[in-house]
Write a protein that binds this ligand. Structure first.
Ligand SMILES: C[S@@+](CC[C@H](N)C(=O)[O-])C[C@H]1O[C@@H](n2cnc3c(N)ncnc32)[C@H](O)[C@@H]1O
Length: 269
């Protein structure tokens, strides 16, 4: 596990952090009072936030399963992993293909502190955790963990789920490009992208609250979300709201106004 010196000392508990706010709203237990306060404020702005976050997480489950079962992908790079919440990506993909490798990446010291739970791989497969920032793709792609677990002769599933709203233009497209660049043809990009298209007032208030709490935040419309997949082959059904992408029975009755995420999977030709 990559743990650059001094990283543990970055842990600041007096201010809210996105991974812990997400954990709080999803009913986890790895957060501090500042995160709970921020989460409560956000839910006052938009009571549907727990539904939205749940559907984002469920998109990750379905997209991971799709890549493992239908695209035959056996190695995954997951950027912005979040705190361990079962099922984690490796549990989803190793249920389909136990030999799968997963490299997790996050920049939050509390995710690092809990990363052990992400390293409980199936015996046939392997998982690793890299403590790195998405703004530094070289640190991710150059890490020992990535090099040990990912064979660049074989396709890779690049998972960028629930993080792009923290990655501001103008760096956003370049960063995705840099992460995709070394991956061979047949690799896939699975992404969710925050939007205010369906509940503009409420979602913009949540965005303001994130910014007020010191977390950069950007929302994108359909055209802007779709542009991340330029040059790639979108898989059916294309870019949809997260809950509407290959929905299962869990999505029955989900109200589209409660989901502020686009999601899609696309293949590198
Ligand atoms: C909302 S959570 C999403 C977790 C998981 N991918 C999911 O969809 O369930 C966003 C995660 O991205 C991480 N994150 C935010 N900005 C990041 C950055 N610049 N580099 C790496 N991770 C980042 C946060 O620490 C947090 O764990």
């Amino acid at each position: 596990m990559s743990t650059p010196r001094g990283r543990q000392s970055r842990l600041t508990t007096s201010r809210a952090h996105s991974a812990r706010v997400y954990d709080y709203i999803l009913g986890g237990k790895d957060h501090y009072p500042a995160d709970a306060e921020a989460g409560d404020a956000m839910c006052r702005h938009w009571p549907a936030l727990p539904v939205h976050m749940t559907e984002n997480r469920r998109f990750m489950h379905r997209a991971g399963r799709f890549l493992a079962e239908e695209c035959g992908i056996r190695q995954f790079l997951d950027i912005g992993t979040g705190l361990p919440t079962s099922p984690n990506l490796h549990e989803v993909v190793q249920a389909a293909a136990p030999e799968s490798h997963v490299v997790y990446v996050d920049n939050d010291p509390i995710v690092l502190a809990h990363a052990r739970a992400l390293l409980q791989s199936s015996p046939e497969g392997a998982t690793a955790y890299v403590d790195a920032d998405m703004h530094n793709p070289d640190a991710i792609l150059g890490s020992q963990e990535f090099q040990d677990l990912i064979d660049l002769e074989q396709p890779v599933g690049l998972m960028v789920i629930g993080i792009m709203h923290f990655i501001l233009p103008p760096d956003d497209h370049r960063l995705i490009g840099q992460l995709l660049d070394p991956l061979p043809p047949g690799s896939c990009l699975a992404m969710t992208i925050g939007t205010a298209d369906f509940a503009p007032e409420e979602v913009n208030r949540v965005a303001q609250e994130y910014r007020r709490q010191g977390m950069p935040f950007v929302l994108r419309d359909l055209a802007s979300a779709t542009s991340f997949f330029d040059g790639l082959e979108l898989q059916e059904p294309g870019v949809t709201q997260a809950h509407a992408w290959r929905p299962g029975p869990e999505q029955d009755g989900v109200d589209g106004r409660d989901v502020a995420m686009y999601g899609a999977v696309a293949r590198k030709p």
